[in-house]
Design a protein around this ligand. Structure first.
Ligand code: NAP
Length: 292
């Protein structure tokens, strides 16, 4: 029933022909263009687990979480949700900047693994940057990688100057991704962060890709969506997923919406759609990196 209601996108995705997966950074790991965000999922564990299961069934193979979310509660929920299919799923977690000393990062990672009930993370990120020297966090990431506790690492909420420092400290090819605020209302990263990352093979992971849900009700996106028999949220996500190095991690605890989101890249926007979107959501001037 649910599948029928969602329409052609889900059917196409289930046919297995167009689930877009791409390499994350230079990690050799292929992530689906759309992953599953989990912020605030602790509000309803039952719905969260059901949504994660449906998202995976529809083709998502990565889940984004963080030690911050629900104070570890969301990691515990993610652990329960992927039990039995861990090897097919890439799991990302993030260390809080206040824990990001060398020793603090290692302890935080071990705590996250315990919460998740896993022996390794596929991707570990510094959630955002504060005073602790970046070199300490990167040294800890390297140690964790060597010990097999993480497969890859990256950063989040980094502007170009921070990225330059991270790459200088880690070496080329080591920073897998930069997870940043990116949606049609927040296109500032297109000015510099996105091309900078693209040129160095660093993936961009778009958080709040639906503008925390607002874009699902946008009238321009709704009109475009109507012409394709999809939803405005799918238009917003497919616009981001057109970039070959961009991944998006919408969060939904709703079973219909999670399928909508995961299958969004199936939609191919026409040049006319793209021009309309560019007009309605101009890139604008960048005044610092936007953050949630
Ligand atoms: N690195 C960072 O600093 C950072 C910051 C913020 C977020 N994140 C990550 O990025 C993820 C996504 O960001 P976000 O949760 O802030 O915002 P988002 O994914 O843009 O939007 C989530 C909101 O939109 C609703 N929604 C989802 N799909 C929808 C659809 N198809 N139609 C209509 N409404 C829909 C959700 O409600 P329902 O659940 O009821 O569907 C929820 O209220 C987070 O969960 C987290 O994993 C990272």
């Amino acid at each position: 029933m649910l599948r029928e209601k969602v329409g052609k996108c889900y059917k196409v995705a289930l046919g297995g022909t167009v689930m877009i997966k791409r390499e994350l950074g230079h990690t050799g790991m292929k992530f689906s263009a759309i992953g599953l965000g989990t912020w605030k999922m602790e509000a309803d564990e039952h719905a969260a687990i059901a949504a994660i299961h449906l998202g995976i069934e529809a083709g998502a193979n990565h889940i984004d979480t963080a030690e911050m979310y629900g104070g570890g509660e969301v990691e515990r929920i993610v652990g329960k949700a992927v039990k039995g299919q861990r090897s097919q799923i890439h799991v990302t977690s993030k260390v809080l900047p206040s824990n990001a000393t060398y020793a603090g990062t290692i302890t935080a990672c071990e705590r996250s693994l315990k919460n998740l009930g896993m022996d390794h993370l596929d991707l570990y990120l510094l959630h955002w940057r504060e005073e602790i020297p970046l070199g300490e966090t990167i040294k800890a990431f390297e140690k964790l990688k060597l010990a097999g506790k993480i497969r890859a690492y990256g950063v989040s909420n980094f502007d170009v100057a921070d990225l330059e420092e991270a790459v200088r400290l880690a070496g080329p090819g080591k920073i897998a991704c930069n997870q940043v605020l990116y949606n049609l209302k927040e296109r500032a990263i297109e000015a510099d962060v996105l091309p900078w990352c693209h040129d160095r093979g660093i993936s961009v992971v778009a958080y709040s890709p639906l503008g925390t849900g607002e874009l699902a009700n946008d009238p321009v996106l709704k009109e475009i969506a109507f012409n394709h028999n999809v939803t405005a949220a799918q238009v917003a996500l497919s616009f981001l997923a057109r970039h070959k190095r961009v991944f998006a991690i919408p969060k939904s605890s709703d079973s219909k919406r999670v399928i909508e989101n995961v299958t969004a890249p199936v939609l191919e926007l026409t040049p006319h759609d793209v021009a309309r979107i560019d007009k309605a959501f101009p890139v604008g001037k960048k005044a610092g990196l936007p953050m949630a």
